[in-house]
Design a protein around this ligand. Structure first.
Ligand SMILES: [Zn+2]
Length: 245
């Protein structure tokens, strides 16, 4: 059971939106993640499903910056889910009393997403799904989803529990088909599950994958994908990168 989000996830409505006025609902000193802000609504997708938590800045009017002893903007270095709340993890500590007094419920603030970071995550994330789809197509059979599908800022890793799932020749065929397909410019859509709150799906052509991540609108934006196949230690690993602008 996925707990319903108390923070409105504006990134599902429009994954390309980079700025939003948000109200600060609370300040938390989280045991695991450190000082963090909770907003009523957010553009920041949390860490999860392989995707890294979004980064952003919260712009401060001069008088608020002075009262907090902070700069012109608060730096958000990660976004994490804690129960139904999304924690916007701050890069620097704040005095809790001052944070409560100045920020919480006082007025809306401008949240600016780190778009360069997020867009690469979206490109890598869409590439991760399509890699799997073309592995199935080249092998001409259903394959369990990767046991790990992890995105770093600059690359992704799909790791399957099956040993030697495919050969280097088959991997070359996967990449060739994948890159030809993405260049054709196919639409990518995401939609919620009407029966299961909190569940979402990714769809491209006839492929549907359960996923609550943020995605591109079109495969052309992924750009050419390069990948290295590793068949070591009883696993099949694919480290992949997106290239181009
Ligand atoms: Zn996804």
């Amino acid at each position: 059971m996925v707990q319903a989000l108390e923070t409105v996830p504006a990134f599902y409505e429009d994954a390309y939106r980079t700025e939003l006025m948000v109200w600060v609902d609370g300040f938390a000193e989280d045991e695991r993640f450190g000082p963090a802000l909770v907003f009523s609504e957010t553009l920041c997708h949390p860490h999860g499903g392989g995707q890294k938590g979004d980064r952003a800045t919260l712009e401060l009017p001069a008088e608020d910056a002075r009262a907090l002893g902070a700069g012109a903007a608060l730096s958000i270095v990660d976004t994490r889910r804690a129960g139904g709340r999304l924690l916007h993890v701050l890069g620097a500590a704040l005095d809790p009393a001052a944070a409560e007094e100045v920020l919480v419920g006082s007025k809306p603030y401008l949240l600016k997403l780190d778009w360069e970071f997020r867009y690469r995550q979206m490109r890598l994330h869409s590439a991760a799904h399509l890699l799997h789809c073309f592995v199935e197509q080249v092998l001409a059979r259903a394959v369990n989803f990767p046991e790990t599908s992890d995105l770093q800022p600059e690359y992704g890793l799909n790791r399957y529990e099956q040993k030697e799932l495919l050969t280097h020749e088959e991997m070359a065929a996967v990449l060739e088909r994948l890159n030809a397909f993405t260049a054709e410019g196919h639409a990518i859509t995401t939609y919620p599950d009407d029966d299961k709150p909190g569940f979402r799906y990714w769809q491209c052509a006839d492929w549907v994958i359960p996923c609550g991540g943020t995605h591109l609108a079109n495969t052309r934006e992924i750009g050419p994908v390069k990948a290295d196949l590793s068949l070591k230690r009883g696993r099949t690993g694919m480290t992949f990168r997106v290239t181009g602008p």
